[in-house]
Design a protein. Structure first.
Length: 81
């Protein structure tokens, strides 16, 4: 059977072993948090792009085949949706 991880040469519970374990966990946590924040940032950017397209470029048949922003301009600045 092939093992992906080898046992440590240190003694369990020793200061060196604990430091190695803590460093590994911190590194993994930092990398995971960075990737998660990048993913969230990409999601927010995609959402902002979609909202812009929906409101400014995509005609809507329910309001006469114009964009929501064109409807906003036609109605006037006093009505916000």
């Amino acid at each position: 059977m092939c093992h992906l991880f080898r046992g440590s040469l240190g003694r369990p519970g020793s200061p060196h072993q604990n430091a190695t374990s803590n460093t590994t966990v911190e590194l993994f946590t930092t990398i995971a948090a960075q990737r998660l924040s990048e993913s969230i940032g990409q999601l927010q950017l995609s959402e902002a792009r979609w909202l812009w397209i929906y409101n400014h470029e995509r005609p809507t048949t329910a309001i006469g085949g114009i964009t929501p922003m064109q409807k906003q301009v036609a109605i006037g600045p006093w009505l916000h949706f």
